[in-house]
Write a protein that binds this ligand. Structure first.
Ligand code: G
Ligand code: G
Ligand code: MN
Ligand code: NA
Length: 255
């Protein structure tokens, strides 16, 4: 309840903003994308992240307001942030479970993008496996294929942590998988995890799905993943999430 109240208040007083984390091509070092992550400037001056506010993010009503506010933020920030990414790159937005169950989600999103003059092809929607396991699979599939038809890309977030990853790749129009940071964290120390990541990369390659490794914090992790054929990466080593106004200096510092 606390988080819900906090987020509602933050939206009303324009304290909910997007921080953008670079997604980097591990071969060329180019920034090929940015993931938009919600942040709240609390009244006490601290900054709250999605993890701090999870009850609000899973609430079916508030999560929709969060989603709408994040899309508005992205539309406003777009001219500023788009110049930091290479031409084929895109901005990633995290979906809410409620979005994938809503018939209005796609038309509303596309209308906002049109009004802001943003080509849907420059956006990626990140969904988690859990969101795809909801009962009403048909609506989720329809939402994702409508977004694809409009030109957006779909990324499967937290890949490898759900319990039916492989059927999701078959049943939904997935363009990108994001290898969960729990694998990346131990990739240099745990042989089994390394083999699993290698298998995920090989499978994605044969299905022509792009791979982004999450949570890269060390040069060793980065080099190992690149050697294993993982093309893209994200993590504190490559860039921290930053508001649009501070993105330029963050990217200059890291890339
Ligand atoms: O930023 P942080 O590390 O607290 O994010 C924790 C989780 O919350 C991540 O899984 C992330 O995908 C999710 N998240 C971040 N921003 C958003 C958002 O705007 N909407 C939704 N639905 N989830 C988000
Ligand atoms: O689940 P999702 O991938 O959407 O989570 C994104 C969140 O992960 C971001 O909010 C960000 O704060 C956090 N994050 C990004 N890079 C790193 C990293 O290198 N290490 C850790 N521990 N968390 C990260
Ligand atoms: Mn994500
Ligand atoms: Na993730």
């Amino acid at each position: 309840l606390q988080a819900v109240t906090e987020v509602r208040d933050a939206i009303q007083s324009r304290r909910l903003f997007a921080a953008y984390q670079p997604i980097v091509d591990l071969l060329t070092q180019e920034v090929v994308g940015l993931e938009a992550l919600m942040r709240v400037s609390a009244r006490d001056g601290s900054e709250l992240t999605a993890s701090n506010l999870m009850p609000a993010i899973v609430d079916p009503h508030v999560s929709r307001e969060v989603g709408n506010t994040m899309v508005s933020n992205i539309c406003t920030d777009f001219p500023d942030i788009a110049r930091h990414i290479s031409t084929l790159g895109s901005i990633s937005l995290n979906a809410n479970e409620a979005d994938l169950l809503s018939q209005n989600y796609v038309p509303n999103l596309l209308e906002k993008l049109t009004n802001a003059g943003i080509d849907p092809a420059s956006l990626t929607l990140e969904v988690t496996e859990t969101m795809l396991m909801v009962n009403d699979n048909d609506t989720a599939r329809q939402v994702l294929s409508d977004l694809k038809r409009a030109g957006m890309k779909i990324a499967l977030d937290d890949f490898g942590t759900g319990y039916s990853s492989l059927t999701h790749l078959r049943d939904f129009p997935i363009d990108i998988v994001k290898i969960d940071r729990s694998f990346v964290r131990v990739i240099n120390s745990d042989h089994q995890s390394r083999l699993i990541v290698q298998a995920m990369i090989a499978m994605a390659q044969s299905l022509e799905i792009d791979v982004i490794a999450e949570g890269i914090e060390t040069q060793v992790q980065r080099d190992l993943l690149a050697l294993m054929g993982c093309r893209y990466g994200q993590g504190y080593l490559l860039g921290h999430p930053q508001p649009a106004t501070r993105l330029a200096s963050e990217i200059d510092r890291t890339v």
